[in-house]
Design a binder for this molecule. Structure first.
Ligand SMILES: Cc1cc2nc3c(=O)[nH]c(=O)nc-3n(C[C@H](O)[C@H](O)[C@H](O)COP(=O)(O)OP(=O)(O)OC[C@H]3O[C@@H](n4cnc5c(N)ncnc54)[C@H](O)[C@@H]3O)c2cc1C
Length: 423
């Protein structure tokens, strides 16, 4: 340094333990990725006394600010409570009894408790779940398992029986390092590397890309409704969601390749009002407020099978992604790690491998159910660029069926509010 300043470690937050003198070189479960899936898995294992290490390529600030999901199924809420991460969610989360469908100028409430065996959903942002889990992991009081930010895993070896056990090779502070473990869990999202460790002869990926995207905004405006509104409109799909009683989260269907800069704030609000229009209440308008974030999200479905290869397990977006219309991505990730944690704990305590052996098959069954539901919601509510009037009439017929038939509404409610972890 030329200015005489001395380098010092970054300031620690009050809830944070000092960094360990050295990074661990071995553990029982090596977890790639500190998103919701990786953090939650580590937490569930920690409570059962099973050591794990989470390697996360980004820094803490990035992980805590990434805007994503916000609708939690009952099972997700239960798992977060079970692992001691539910206190703030229970205080600040908004419990919803259903959703509103708008189509053809009409409004239809879908009541979850009545249709889906008493199940409800909770609105609590993924960013807050991640903050809660990181805070627990790093706090002196809870003494969680090691979570190392800035640790990018570059390869995975030793997955099948052989003299070398499983190992994660990663870079940290400019050095190549290795973490030896008994099991590897890839929780590294859609762009991670764990999936690439499946040999080509074993892996099979099924994909669909959609010919539209979402323009998502966060606005400092109180929600204009008590529940989420899913709107079918000749102008394209719109969704009204919320993050809290003072922050709205809204989405507009836009063409692929849209630049958010082409959407000034006034244009966004006017378009949202047009898509949410109601015949019976032509004066209905959204509450407006300063837009604090604007981003375009592509829409894609993808599943990679199997979700296990030797000592490697895939969980969350590392194995599957869904278009967000069904709000399933985060909930599937939580369900994967809840089931995997149970199987690892059973193996650790009794030597029984049955849960590990059936993990991929069991989860894929649920994953494909969620894939179908997300596809159904997406194709029923969006307008394709090549959509014909015939296609639109079919969509409206389907929505009318949901509004008029208890059986059709039940099918939607059960899938949306979420199925139990196992049959
Ligand atoms: C822009 C966006 C908006 C979304 N909106 C919604 C929504 O509204 N509703 C909904 O239900 N779902 C939504 N989703 C999906 C939901 O957020 C995901 O399903 C959820 O984040 C999955 O969690 P995960 O832990 O599996 O993966 P991720 O959250 O992707 O976490 C993976 C982690 O692994 C880390 N990582 C990657 N590679 C490496 C490596 N080589 N080494 C170490 N670490 C690595 C990443 O930095 C990341 O922190 C959205 C997703 C995106 C991308």
């Amino acid at each position: 340094m030329t200015d005489g300043a001395t380098s010092r470690p970054p300031a620690r937050r009050p809830d944070e333990r000092p960094a360990a003198a050295g990074v661990p070189e071995e553990t029982t479960v090596g977890i790639i990725g500190g998103g919701p899936a990786g953090l939650l898995l580590s937490r569930l294992l920690h409570r059962a006394g099973i050591p794990s290490v989470v390697l996360e390529s980004r820094d803490r600030e990035y992980a805590e600010q990434r805007q994503r999901a916000g609708m939690l199924e009952q099972t997700t809420v239960d798992v977060l409570r079970e692992c001691g991460a539910g206190a703030r969610m229970d205080r600040e989360g908004l419990v919803h009894d259903g959703i509103e469908l708008r189509f053809d100028g009409r409004s239809q409430h879908i009541d979850f408790p009545t249709l889906a065996n008493g199940r409800r959903v909770t609105i609590y942002a993924q960013t807050e779940i991640v903050k809660d889990l990181i805070s627990l992991q790093l706090s002196e009081l809870s003494d969680g398992a090691p979570l190392i930010f800035g640790a990018e895993v570059t390869s995975v070896t030793g997955l099948t029986p052989g003299p070398e056990g499983p190992a994660l090779h990663y870079t940290y502070e400019g050095r190549e390092r290795t973490l030896h473990c008994d099991f590897v869990v890839g929780c590294d999202g859609f762009h991670g590397i764990a999936r690439t460790a499946l040999p080509d002869s074993v892996a099979r990926t099924y994909e669909r890309e959609y010919p539209f995207s979402w323009l998502g905004i966060l606005a400092d405006a109180p929600p204009s409704c008590a529940e989420l509104i899913y709107a079918h409109s000749s102008r394209g799909f719109a969704l009204h969601s919320m993050r809290s009683s003072s922050v709205s989260r809204l989405y507009l269907q836009v063409p692929n390749g849209t630049d958010p800069a082409d959407w000034p704030d006034e244009r966004i609000w006017d378009e949202l009002d047009a898509r949410f229009a109601l015949s019976a209440d032509p004066g209905w308008r959204l509450n407006r407020g300063p837009i604090t974030s604007k981003a375009v999200l592509p829409m894609r479905s993808s599943v990679t099978e199997p979700m296990r290869h030797g000592r490697l397990f895939l969980a969350g977006d590392a194995a599957h992604i869904v278009p967000p219309t069904g709000a399933k991505g985060l909930n599937l990730a939580v369900a994967d790690v809840a089931v995997l944690a149970r199987a690892l704990i059973r193996h650790h305590t009794t030597g029984d491998t049955s849960g590990l052996d059936s993990y991929s098959e069991d989860r894929l069954r649920r994953v494909w159910r969620a894939e179908h539901f997300s596809y159904f919601m997406t194709t029923t509510l969006h307008t394709s660029p090549d959509q014909s009037p015939f296609d639109t009439r079919l969509q409206l017929s389907q929505l009318d069926r949901i509004a008029s038939s208890r059986a059709a509404a039940t099918e939607l409610a059960e899938n949306y509010a979420g199925l139990a972890l196992s049959d």
